[in-house]
Ligand binder design. Structure first.
Ligand SMILES: Nc1ncnc2c1ncn2[C@@H]1O[C@H](COP(=O)(O)OP(=O)(O)OP(=O)(O)O)[C@@H](O)[C@H]1O
Length: 457
C-alpha cells in the first residue's frame, strides 16, 4: 500500500526498516538522505536501515511498504551541520588560494569522534555529500572495523570519491568496483585488514593498520591537488566510557592523518577532555557538535543482520546489479592462511626469541615476528593455520593479501587487501577447499587472512 507523507520545510522524516524494506519516491519538492539529494520521480529502495529524509524547502514523499518506526521530526541539527560545511569550504578556498605559494598547505583534515551511535558516520556522509555538491572531493576514511565502508567487516578503508554516495547500497557509501555496470560510478577503496571487531581486541595491530592507511592517504593527498585542497574526513570507532584506553590510539590517528580539526559529537565531557588534552596544540581545532535526535542505538543482532547484508551484497550484488560469484576448488596445501590474533593470544614473548630480537620496535621487531612465526607458527599478530587445522575456516571470510605467500608477517600486515573469498567447504581428507569468489580464475595471491568474520549464506 502506498502512502503520502508531507514533510514541512526544515523537518525530516525518520524511519526504521528491516527486510523486505520500503520504496520511497520524491513526488515533489526537494529532499536529501544524509546530504545526498534525491531525484524527483525514481523510487529508492531502503532495507535494513535506520535513516531520515530531510528537506530544506518542504517535500512530499510516496512510501510503499511498512517501516517499523516512522515519524516527522521538527528539530534537527542540519543548520549547524550546514554551517560547519561552509566553514570547511572556507578553509578549502583558502588552501586553494595559498597552494600556489606553498603546495604543502592542505584543506581541512577532519576526524569525527564521539560515543556509540552519536552520529559520526551520518555527519561524515552529510559533510562528504555537501562537499561533493560543491565539486570538492574529500578523501573518506573509515576506521571502524565493525561497520565498514565499501568493504567487509574487519577492515579499515579509504577512498577518494568523485561521484555521489550510493544511498541504496548497504553501507550507504557505494559498492566497490565489479565486473558489471553500475548505476553510480563504483568506488575504488584502499582496504587494510585488521580482522577483529574492536580496536580494543588488539590495539597495537589496530594502530599499525591505521598508520599504514594514513601513509597511503597522506601520499594520495600530496599527489592530488584536488584531494589536498578538499582534505579528508576520518570516521572513528565509538569511544567507550573509558576514553583513557583509546587515548593513545586516538592520538596516533590524529598525528598519522595530520588531523587539524576534531569534531566531537554528542558528549560534553569528551569534548572538554579532548579540548584540555590538546590545549597547547595550536594546529588543532576541537569543535563540539550536537548529535541528531534521530541517532539510534543498534542492537548487536541488528548489526549482525546488517553485516550479513553487506556480505551478501559483496558476493551477490543487489537488485540493481546482480552478481554471480563462482565456486572454486583449491588445493589447501598450496595456501598459506593466517589467523589474526587478539592481543591476549599473541605469540612468543621476546624472552623466548633469540638474543637481539625484541618484541616491539624497529627492525629487530620485524625479524622477531618473522622468526617467531617461522618457529612456532604464531607471530606477534598472526598465527599460521596448518593444513590439518583448516576445518576451522569453514564459513569464514578470508581477506586476500596483495603480497605473496612467502612474505613475512610484517609484509602481510602492511599490505592492502585485494578482495575476499568465502569458505563454503573444507575437505581435510582430500586437502581441498571450496571458496566462493567474486572473480573467476585463480586467486591473485595464495596468502589469505582469516579474521573473526563468519557468514551463513
Ligand atoms: N537524523 C537521523 N534520523 C534517523 N536516524 C538517524 C539519524 N541520524 C543517524 N541516524 C541513524 O542512527 C544510527 C547511528 O548513527 P551513526 O551510525 O551515524 O552513529 P555512529 O556514531 O557512527 O555509530 P557507531 O558508534 O556505531 O559507529 C544509524 O543507524 C543512523 O543511520
Amino acid at each position: 500500500m502506498m502512502k503520502e507523507i508531507v514533510v514541512p520545510k526544515g523537518c525530516e522524516w525518520r524511519f526504521e526498516v528491516e527486510e523486505p524494506g520500503i520504496q520511497i519516491r520524491l513526488a515533489n519538492g526537494n529532499a536529501e538522505y544524509f546530504g545526498t539529494e534525491l531525484a524527483l520521480g525514481p523510487p529508492y529502495k531502503f532495507e535494513q536501515v535506520k535513516g531520515a529524509i530531510f528537506t530544506w524547502q518542504g517535500c512530499t514523499l510516496e512510501v510503499e511498504g511498512e517501516p517499523s518506526v516512522e515519524y516527522v521530526a521538527e528539530e534537527t541539527p542540519m543548520c549547524t551541520y550546514l554551517n560547519l560545511h561552509f566553514a570547511l569550504e572556507n578553509i578549502r578556498k583558502k588552501a586553494e588560494d595559498d597552494a600556489s605559494v606553498d603546495p604543502s598547505i592542505s584543506g581541512p583534515r577532519v576526524c569525527l569522534i564521539g560515543p556509540k551511535s552519536s552520529g559520526k558516520t551520518s555527519v561524515m556522509k552529510i559533510l562528504e555529500s555537501y562537499a561533493l555538491r560543491q565539486s570538492r572531493h574529500p578523501v573518506c576514511v573509515n576506521l571502524d572495523p565493525s561497520q565498514p565502508m565499501v568493504a567487509l567487516p574487519g577492515s579499515i578503508s579509504a577512498f577518494h570519491n568523485a561521484t555521489i554516495l550510493d544511498i541504496q547500497e548497504a553501507t550507504g557509501f557505494g559498492a566497490s568496483m565489479s565486473t558489471g555496470p553500475t548505476h553510480i560510478l563504483a568506488k575504488s577503496p584502499l582496504v587494510y585488514n585488521y580482522g577483529l571487531d574492536s580496536p580494543y581486541d588488539n590495539p597495537k595491530l589496530y594502530k599499525s593498520c591505521c598508520s599504514r592507511l594514513a601513509l597511503a592517504v597522506n601520499s594520495r593527498m600530496t599527489q592530488s591537488s584536488d584531494a589536498s585542497v578538499s582534505g579528508c574526513l576520518v570516521d572513528t570507532c565509538s569511544l567507550q566510557e573509558n576514553y583513557e584506553r583509546y587515548q593513545g590510539t586516538l592520538h596516533s590517528i590524529i598525528t598519522d592523518f595530520r588531523i587539524n580539526i576534531v569534531l566531537v559529537l554528542g558528549s560534553e565531557r569528551l569534548y572538554s577532555t579532548i579540548k584540555r588534552n590538546y590545549s597547547d596544540a595550536s594546529w588543532l581545532s576541537v569543535v563540539k557538535l550536537p548529535s541528531s535526535g534521530g541517532c539510534i542505538d543498534r542492537e548487536p543482532e541488528w548489526i549482525a543482520k546488517w553485516q550479513s547484508k553487506c556480505l551478501k551484497q559483496y558476493f551477490y550484488g543487489d537488485e540493481r546489479m546482480p552478481l554471480s560469484p563462482l565456486s572454486i576448488i583449491v588445493d589447501s596445501t598450496q595456501l598459506v592462511v593466517y589467523r589474526v590474533l587478539e592481543a591476549s593470544e599473541s605469540g612468543p614473548k621476546s624472552s623466548v626469541l633469540p638474543i637481539g630480537f625484541e618484541e616491539e620496535t624497529g627492525q629487530a621487531d620485524k625479524q622477531g615476528s618473522y622468526m617467531s612465526l617461522a618457529l612456532s607458527g604464531k607471530g606477534q599478530y598472526l598465527e599460521r593455520i596448518t593444513t590439518e587445522a583448516m576445518t576451522i575456516l569453514q564459513n569464514s571470510i578470508l581477506a586476500i593479501s596483495s603480497v605473496n605467500e612467502d612474505e613475512n608477517e610484517t609484509a602481510i600486515i602492511d599490505s592492502c587487501i585485494l578482495g575476499y573469498v568465502f569458505v563454503t567447504d573444507v575437505d581435510d581428507v582430500k586437502n581441498r577447499m571450496t571458496l566462493l569468489s567474486p572473480v573467476p580464475d585463480r586467486l591473485p595471491s595464495n596468502a589469505l587472512i582469516m579474521g573473526t568474520c563468519k557468514w551463513q549464506e
